[in-house]
Design a protein around this ligand. Structure first.
Ligand code: BV8
Length: 240
């Protein structure tokens, strides 16, 4: 009798996955972990930078205090990301976009790996590390070589939302609308500690969505979810 490895996917989730039209997917750093991108709170070498916890170096105050240090921090992270490729989790999520009539992908990540895997219309709540933005006229640039705005000549900064900064106009509203309308919500690879992103699964559930968490560890959201799939996103998502 060969051993039947029980699928971690419940019959309930399979039923809902096969019948849902409106789906919200919220991802965090964990979805890029198997691509080799260090997570923030899993230890890793991006949790602390030159003795500063990442939420200090990645804060609005640092742009005021020491913009060159902020550039150095993001140049370092961009270097880490240069050789990095999407993993099975990103690829599976990109495939879901063709499967569901109305899938909204919201990410807290700034690495652009969802887009590299083929996802489009990605809502990047915290910006994108590959873009720069002028501190004065907000003109964005896809290159990070220059440090002066071609428009007004003032300083450029990474086009990333730092702690204490507002999210990109409209991004959170679009994400919240998707949460209120979702029948099925996947929360993948996030410690659910950063707001307002962490509100989205709560809004989805309150509005009637079936909420599924995919994470090797427990999070403050785990007890709140309808289902928790414990494990790595790259292993679990292809099974769904
Ligand atoms: C704002 C860009 C309004 C920079 C980031 C108290 C209550 C509510 C809010 C606050 C509060 N105190 C302070 C705030 C506001 C603050 C906040 O939420 N702080 C937290 C820490 C309490 N939020 C803000 O400042 C936001 N703005 O509120 O604006 C405002 C404005 C002005 C004044 C007042 C209010 C802006 C937040 C955005 C900050 N920028 N990133 C950069 O990247 O350097 S946030 C940063 O954390 C990253 O974007 C990251 O994505 C995000 C969340 O982390 P995760 O993605 O969850 O990653 P983490 O490492 O934590 O967890 C990884 C998970 O993956 C783990 O669970 C692990 O188990 C799992 N995992 C590991 N391997 C795998 C895996 N899962 C699956 N598969 C695997 N293989």
């Amino acid at each position: 009798m060969e051993s039947q490895t029980a699928s971690p996917i419940s019959a309930e989730l399979r039923r809902r996955f096969n019948s849902a039209a409106r789906v919200l997917v919220l991802t965090g750093a964990g979805v890029s972990a198997e691509s080799g991108v260090p997570t923030f709170r899993g230890g890793g070498n991006t949790a602390v930078w030159k003795g500063m916890p990442f939420d200090v170096i990645s804060s609005a105050g640092m742009v005021e205090r020491d913009l060159p240090a902020v550039w150095e921090w993001f140049d370092y992270r961009r270097d880490l990301l240069k050789a990095v490729k999407p993993n099975a989790a990103h690829v599976t999520i990109a495939g879901w976009q063709h499967r569901f009539p109305d899938l909204t992908l919201v990410t807290q990540n700034i690495d652009g790996l969802h887009q590299k895997a083929g996802s489009h219309d990605v809502i990047e709540l915290h910006g994108n590390i590959w873009r720069a933005r002028c501190v004065t006229c907000s003109m964005t640039s896809e290159s990070n070589e220059h440090r002066a705005c071609v428009g007004c000549g003032d300083h450029l900064r990474p086009d990333v939302v730092l702690f204490g900064e507002l999210l990109p106009t409209g991004a959170y509203d679009r994400a919240a609308d998707a949460a209120l309308g979702a029948e099925l919500c996947f929360v993948i690879g996030t410690s659910a500690l950063v707001y307002p992103a962490a509100n989205l699964p709560v809004m989805a559930k309150r509005a009637g969505a079936y909420v599924v968490e995919v994470n090797p560890e427990e999070t403050p959201l785990s007890d709140f979810c309808d289902e928790v799939l414990t494990g790595k996103a790259g292993d679990i998502l292809p099974l769904i």
